[in-house]
Design a protein around this ligand. Structure first.
Ligand SMILES: [Cu+2]
Length: 143
């Protein structure tokens, strides 16, 4: 009888420990999920705007593409994008920079981001715009 009680309390303790480990694991998974989608500040607060080179690119959002869909920029440039939708409502998302804007037909969104590091930064339409929506994407290439 005493033995049985003892065994039960051990089982209960193991279950609690298991639950604790699971909770910890879930928190870790959620946390790593968040950090993998972490983004760079679009324009870092300390950036000296008077000396930073700028580049302006006009982007057209159409069904179902961005024109141009590849933007070349020199690393260390403040990129000024003018995104105009000529057909339908679209979204403009650069997840690495935490940018996500809706661009309604006939309007232009002005978006600034500082491309500090060499690399490829994908962008895409983030507003479902029709059958070709999922192919509506492009890349900023910083060299
Ligand atoms: Cu779309």
């Amino acid at each position: 009888m005493v033995n049985k009680l003892h065994n039960n309390s051990i089982t209960a303790r193991s279950v609690i420990q298991l639950l604790r480990s699971c909770t910890l694991l879930i928190i870790l998974v959620l946390y790593s999920g968040c950090s993998s989608s972490s983004h760079i500040a679009a324009v870092p607060p300390g950036l000296d705007l008077s000396t930073t080179p700028r580049q302006t690119v006009a982007l057209s959002a159409e069904r179902f593409r961005f024109v141009p869909d590849v933007i070349h920029v020199r690393a260390g440039t403040l990129l000024h994008l003018e995104v105009t939708s000529h057909e339908g409502t679209h979204g403009f998302e650069v997840s690495r920079f935490g940018i996500d804007q809706t661009v309604e037909e006939g309007t232009t969104r002005e978006i600034e981001l500082y491309v500090g590091e060499k690399g490829e930064y994908p962008f895409r339409c983030s507003h479902f715009c029709g059958l070709g929506h999922f192919g509506m994407k492009g890349t900023i290439i910083a060299e």
